[in-house]
Design a protein around this ligand. Structure first.
Ligand SMILES: Nc1nc2c(c(CN[C@H]3C=C[C@H](O)[C@@H]3O)cn2[C@@H]2O[C@H](COP(=O)(O)O)[C@@H](O)[C@H]2O)c(=O)[nH]1
Length: 306
């Protein structure tokens, strides 16, 4: 994931609306003494798991739809994860590639047991169709085959996903440069690793190459910790819940600086405490803090990427 790391650093070095405060990074690292609190994958108990290929199909569909819940104030990631789980428990064929290609908006709502239209529902449906079609065309209908063809490499799996499934190509332009954040592709790898505990479909020899997943929760936590500092205009927009335009400098800076800040935190923990932490572990710790703090204001961007 060198492209993610390098392009995030490029943005951070030119950023004007968002700054990474290295003194605060150091303070946080010292406070936790290099020990990131361990948060178990599925600490919420909401994910489907059967130790086999159906779990891989579930996680791939989950992460194809893992974005932009905030426009409906009652909807969250938990509804998606537990809704798909229940659907699969009722009908093991619910996420088969041929079924994925045929869902309509109302059927998807019904599948998730959600009473009203989902945010950006038409895009969610389009992405489901894309996943079903390409899985069928290139991977015998099974996400498990996609994972197998990556040969236990996280970087190869992300390359395969972004090559085959355009909906996962989470990139932007910033001051004329292409910036890669690949949030949903990376979180899929992390979900496999977490669910299968680094074994079987979750075994990756290069899991340390993954960065954090630049969503709308982790940046809010980093801001609360004082690690991210926002300029006054951006602060006002976020605190007043104004929407941040997708692809704007502000949006790219928020996401890229979050990735960069955690990479710096990781480097510092290694230098000061001699520990090799994974960004995934730091991410899950920060994210779990964020979702438990209802008072945090986060940036609001309509996006299919996160
Ligand atoms: N950085 C990061 N972002 C994450 C997750 C997860 C869930 N990961 C699962 C994996 C193991 C655990 O047991 C988790 O359940 C979701 N999100 C993002 O959050 C936002 C949703 O927020 P709210 O509207 O409040 O539900 C949305 O952008 C969504 O894409 C994560 O882990 N890291």
């Amino acid at each position: 994931m060198e492209a993610v790391r390098a392009s995030a650093a490029w943005v951070a070095s030119r950023s004007s609306h968002v700054k990474v405060d290295m003194l605060e990074v150091e303070k946080v690292v010292d406070k936790i003494e290099g020990n990131v609190p361990k948060v178990e994958w599925d600490f919420e108990g909401i994910h489907y798991f059967d130790d086999g290929p159906l779990t891989v199909q579930y996680l791939f569909v989950l992460d194809a739809l893992n974005f932009c819940f905030w426009p409906d104030k009652d909807l969250s990631y938990d509804h998606l994860a537990s809704g798909l789980k229940l659907a699969l428990e009722k009908d093991k064929t619910a996420l088969d590639a041929d079924r994925l290609q045929n869902y309509t908006g109302p059927q998807l709502r019904q599948l998730l047991n959600w009473p009203r239209p989902l945010p950006i529902e038409d895009e969610r449906v389009r992405l489901l169709h894309e996943v079903g079609m390409e899985l069928e065309r290139s991977f015998g209908g099974e996400a498990a085959n996609l994972v197998k063809s990556a040969g236990n490499s996280a970087a190869t799996l992300i390359e395969l996903i972004t090559r085959h499934f355009p909906g996962f190509r989470d990139h932007s332009l910033y001051k004329g440069h292409q910036v890669f954040l690949y949030k949903r592709a990376q979180i899929f790898v992390a979900d496999l690793w977490g669910a299968f505990k680094g074994q079987n479909y979750g075994e990756f020899h290069d899991i340390n190459s993954i960065t954090i997943f630049a969503d709308y929760i982790v940046p809010a936590v980093l801001r609360e910790l004082g690690i991210l500092k926002y300029g006054s205009n951006l602060s006002c927009s976020i605190d007043s819940n104004s929407e941040i335009i997708p692809g704007s400098e502000e949006e790219v800076e928020i996401r890229a600086c979050s990735v960069y800040a955690v990479e710096k935190m990781r480097e510092l923990i290694n230098k000061k405490f001699g520990k090799q932490l994974l960004s995934i572990d730091i991410d899950l710790w920060l994210w779990s803090c964020g979702v438990q703090n209802m008072a945090l204001s986060h940036h609001r961007t309509l996006s299919i990427y996160y």
